[in-house]
Design a binder for this molecule. Structure first.
Ligand SMILES: [Zn+2]
Ligand SMILES: [Zn+2]
Length: 299
């Protein structure tokens, strides 16, 4: 974040906002700037990518599913907008530690003894490390002692849209993002790689809520996509993962997505429309007859 901070200071905060007597490396000034920049960045990322995904990827047929809530999209947006500023407070404290030089982030490729090879390896290690920790944190958030208070707000949306991607209780959202922040305090990572990965994981979070259940055939056994995560929203005890199915397989919580088996929420909506058409407008389908007769939990 020090790259972002120095750009923001150079072009905006130093010439236009802060008095010249306030040095750029003052910790309070850094905290205020980071708070502004982090919130601005989070809002831009959320609205830009969730809107793109909602209009160009998300299948609006899903909104006809009986478990799609009334005014759901505006409720998801309101929830996210109210949570993100609170989530940013502990995040900024970690960014502040990073800017003050406590992390293992570095500038130049030359500082890595194995150069580019180590850079690529660090990307893989970041993905593996964060995927593993998010799995266990997410699974912990389903424990009955904390679920209702912290994680249930994210499970209100049984059929999520991309706008549900950041609709968390602030502490839940922060805890699930914690692995991204602690990685560079433990392992060396290039600053630009870190920033890019941070943006990418936010986009990934949106993408697993986008209702596009397709995954390339070759990657199907490995990737935790929207099909897996939508089933997680509906069935709770399966597919806690973030990018990969690895930890769900190790932890015994993997379930082949209903959409891959032809009985996902989109199949249900299509079947429902077909039945309606065949029975000339009659309501032939019962709401609870989901997943081939299997009921979804209510909390
Ligand atoms: Zn979700
Ligand atoms: Zn969950």
């Amino acid at each position: 974040m020090d790259l972002v901070l120095s750009i923001a200071d150079y072009y905006f905060f130093t010439p236009y906002i802060y008095p010249a007597t306030w040095p750029e490396d003052n910790i309070f000034r850094q905290a205020i700037t980071l708070l502004i920049v982090t919130n601005l960045g989070a809002f831009i990322l959320y609205f830009f990518f969730a809107t793109l995904s909602y209009y160009f990827v998300y299948d609006h047929l899903l909104m006809k599913h009986p478990q799609f809530l009334k005014n759901q999209v505006s409720r998801e947006i309101t929830h996210s907008v109210q949570s993100m500023p609170w989530m940013s407070i502990p995040t900024v404290l970690l960014f502040l530690l990073e800017v003050r030089g406590y992390s293992r982030l570095y500038d130049g490729i030359g500082e890595f003894p194995y150069g580019w090879f180590q850079l690529v390896a660090s990307v893989l290690s970041f993905l593996f490390f964060t995927d593993m920790l998010i799995y266990w944190i997410h699974r912990g958030l389903h424990h009955k002692l904390v679920y209702k208070r912290l994680h249930k707000p994210h499970h209100i949306w049984k059929i999520p849209t991309p706008f549900a991607s950041h609709a968390f209780h602030p502490l839940d959202g922060f805890l699930q993002s914690l692995p991204y922040h602690i990685y560079p305090f433990i392992f060396p990572l290039h600053k630009v790689v870190y920033l890019s990965l941070y943006i990418l994981v936010n986009i990934w979070t949106i993408s697993i809520h986008d209702g596009d259940f397709r995954v390339p055939q070759l990657l199907k056994p490995f990737i935790n996509g929207s099909a897996h995560h939508t089933d997680h929203h509906m069935l709770f005890d399966y597919n806690y993962g973030q990018y990969f199915t690895l930890w769900d397989r190790i932890g015994g919580s993997f379930r082949n997505p209903s959409s891959f088996e032809g009985n996902g929420p989109l199949n249900y909506v299509k079947k429902m429309a077909e039945e309606k058409h065949n029975s000339h407008g009659g309501n032939g389908y019962k709401n609870e007859k989901l997943f081939n007769g299997e009921r979804t939990k209510t909390e």
